[in-house]
Design a protein around this ligand. Structure first.
Ligand code: SF4
Length: 471
C-alpha cells in the first residue's frame, strides 16, 4: 500500500532530544539528555525539515512531532511547533510519555479563552519498563498503569467537553520479554478506553548502549509473531493484517477493526473491517487502490475526490454497499450498531531493527551496493534482510542538508549519535533556553513563501521532468 494508498509516516529529528524518563531500552542516543530544550531551535529546525518533506514527499503527510519528550517544551513552543508543521501541510502527532497535567494540555490547546486547534493528535507511550512516571516510578506490571492511561484519556475528553477540541489518541508500547506476559491483559483493559490506535513495538537494540536489554532477540526473531498473538488474545479475535500491507511485513503489521459498544464497556464486540479470508473484502481493497489511490490529503480534498470518483464510476456504490452490509452482519445486525454505537480502532505493530545491523546495511546501501552483490552474501542473511527492509521503509525522517529522507531506523542508528553530540555543544544546558516567538514563526513563513516563489519560477521551465517527483 506504500505509495499507492499512503506515502507512509514521517517524524521530526534533532528538534528536542532530551527526556525526563529513564527507560530500558531507550532509543535516544547517549548524549540526548545533554541537549537543552530550546523552543527557538525546535521551531526553526522543524520549519526546515517540514519544508523539505513537503517538497520531497508531497503537500500533505502524517508527521510525528517526536524527539525526546515533547511536553518538556513549554506549551507555547509546543503549539508553535504544531502550527509550523500544519503550515507545511503536515498532520502532526505529538509523541509523549503522557506524564503531564490537564493544565499543560489546556495551555497547549487554548489561548486567551479561544481554542488554538480544532483537534489534537497525541501518541501516548505507556509500558511497565518506563522509569520516572509521577505516582508510579517503577510499575510491576502493565495493569498497574491502566488508571494512568485512563486518566490521560479523561483529560482529553474534558478538553473536548470544555473547549470543543477533538482528539485522536494513539497508545504506544514497547514490548520485550519482561512485559510480554502482560500484553494481552493490557490490550483487554485499554481496547475500549477511547484510543483510536494501539501500537506495539517489539524492542530493538537502538540508542544508548548502557540501557540495552540482553534478551530482546527472543521475542523479535519470529518477525514479531509472538507479540501479535498476545495482542490477538487481548482483542479476543484473529487480527488479519495482510490486506493492507504498508512496506515490509517484517517491519509493519496493521489491522483496522471496529469496536461495538460504548467507551469503557469491558464487553465490547470487536471485528476486523477487512478480513483476508473474505474474497469480497480483498476485491473491495483492490477497488479502493485502483479507483481512489492516495487518501492522505486534506479532508475537504479527500471528500471532493470521493464524490468525483462516485460521480464518474457510480457502479462502485454496489461493492461499497455490500461491504457495509458485511460490516452490519459482523456486528450482529443494525440494531446493535444503532443501540450500542460503533468506533474504529486500528492495531499496529512496528518492529525496529538493531543499530549494528542497520549501520552495516546502510554503509553498503550508501555505497550503492545492490542485493545481488557478493558483498551482501558475505555480510550474511541478516544484513540482506535489513537492506530489504530499509529499501521499503514506511517511516521517513528529513535530512535537508544531505538533500534526502532516511528511514527512522537509520536516523536512530547512524545519525542521532553524531547529531546529538553536536547539539549538546550548540545547545549547552549551561546556556539559557530561548522560546520561539510568533514573530520568528512569521519570519520563517515569509522566508519559506519567498523560497517557494523562487523555486516555482525556476521550475516552471522544467515541467514534465522534475515536478511530478514530489507529488
Ligand atoms: S526500516 Fe525501520 S523505520 Fe523503516 S519501516 Fe522498517 S523498522 Fe520502521
Amino acid at each position: 500500500m506504500l505509495g499507492r494508498l499512503s506515502p507512509g509516516c514521517e517524524g521530526t529529528r534533532a528538534v528536542f532530544p532530551s527526556c525526563n524518563f529513564s527507560c530500558t531500552p531507550c532509543y535516544h542516543s547517549a548524549d540526548a539528555n545533554s541537549v537543552r530544550v530550546d523552543g527557538m531551535h525546535t521551531v526553526t529546525e522543524i520549519a526546515r525539515q517540514m519544508d523539505f518533506l513537503r517538497r520531497e514527499r508531497g503537500p500533505v503527510g502524517h508527521c510525528q512531532l517526536i524527539g525526546g519528550e515533547v511536553t518538556l517544551l513549554p506549551p507555547e513552543d509546543h503549539a508553535l511547533a504544531l502550527e509550523t508543521m500544519r503550515f507545511f501541510g503536515r498532520i502532526p502527532m505529538s509523541f509523549s510519555h503522557g506524564d503531564f497535567d490537564y493544565d499543560y494540555l489546556k495551555r497547549l490547546a487554548v489561548k486567551d479563552g479561544r481554542r488554538r486547534f480544532d483537534r489534537l493528535d497525541f501518541a501516548l507511550h505507556f509500558d511497565m519498563e518506563m522509569r520516572g512516571r509521577r505516582g508510579i516510578p517503577r510499575p510491576r506490571n502493565e495493569s498497574e498503569l491502566t488508571p494512568y492511561r485512563q486518566k490521560l484519556v479523561d483529560m482529553f475528553e474534558r478538553l473536548r467537553r470544555e473547549h470543543g477540541v477533538r482528539y485522536y489518541l494513539a497508545h504506544n508500547m514497547t514490548v520485550q520479554a519482561a512485559n510480554l506476559p502482560y500484553i494481552a491483559q493490557a490490550v483487554r483493559e485499554s481496547r475500549a478506553m477511547g484510543f483510536r490506535l494501539l501500537s506495539f513495538q517489539p524492542a530493538a537494540q537502538q540508542g544508548a548502549e548502557k540501557r540495552w536489554v540482553d534478551n530482546l532477540r527472543s521475542i523479535a526473531d519470529d518477525d514479531g509473531e509472538m507479540v501479535w498473538q498476545e495482542i490477538e488474545k487481548g482483542m479476543g479475535i484473529r487480527l488479519p493484517y495482510s490486506l493492507f500491507q504498508m512496506g515490509d511485513v517484517r517491519c509493519n503489521r496493521m489491522c483496522a477493526c471496529a469496536v461495538l459498544g460504548p467507551k469503557g464497556d469491558p464487553n465490547v464486540k470487536i471485528f476486523p473491517l477487512f478480513d483476508d479470508r473474505c474474497p469480497q473484502d480483498a476485491r473491495c481493497r483492490d477497488l479502493i487502490v485502483t479507483n481512489i489511490g492516495n487518501i492522505v490529503m486534506m479532508p475537504h480534498l479527500l471528500a471532493v475526490k470521493l464524490v468525483r470518483t462516485i460521480l464518474t464510476r457510480p457502479w462502485l456504490l454496489i461493492p461499497a454497499l455490500r461491504w457495509c452490509l458485511r460490516i452490519i452482519a459482523r456486528a450482529g445486525g443494525l440494531w446493535p450498531i444503532l443501540h450500542r454505537g460503533i468506533r474504529p480502532l486500528t492495531i499496529v505493530m512496528h518492529r525496529f531493527m538493531d543499530a549494528k545491523d542497520v549501520s552495516k546495511a546502510w554503509d553498503l546501501m550508501d555505497d550503492g551496493v545492490s542485493s545481488d552483490d557478493s558483498r551482501v552474501d558475505k555480510a550474511g542473511p541478516r544484513i540482506r534482510e535489513t537492506m530489504e527492509r530499509l529499501a521499503s521503509c514506511s517511516y521517513a525522517m528529513a535530512q535537508p542538508d544531505q538533500g534526502r529522507v532516511v528511514p527512522a531506523c537509520v536516523q536512530h542508528s547512524v545519525y542521532d549519535p553524531v547529531e546529538n553530540k553536536e547539539l549538546a555543544r550548540l545547545l549547552s544546558r549551561r546556556d539559557k533556553s530561548q522560546s520561539a516567538t510568533q514573530a520568528e514563526v512569521d519570519r520563517i513563513r515569509r522566508t519559506d513563501l519567498s523560497n517557494q516563489q523562487q523555486s516555482l519560477n525556476t521550475n516552471s521551465s522544467e515541467q514534465g521532468c522534475g515536478t511530478t517527483c514530489s507529488g
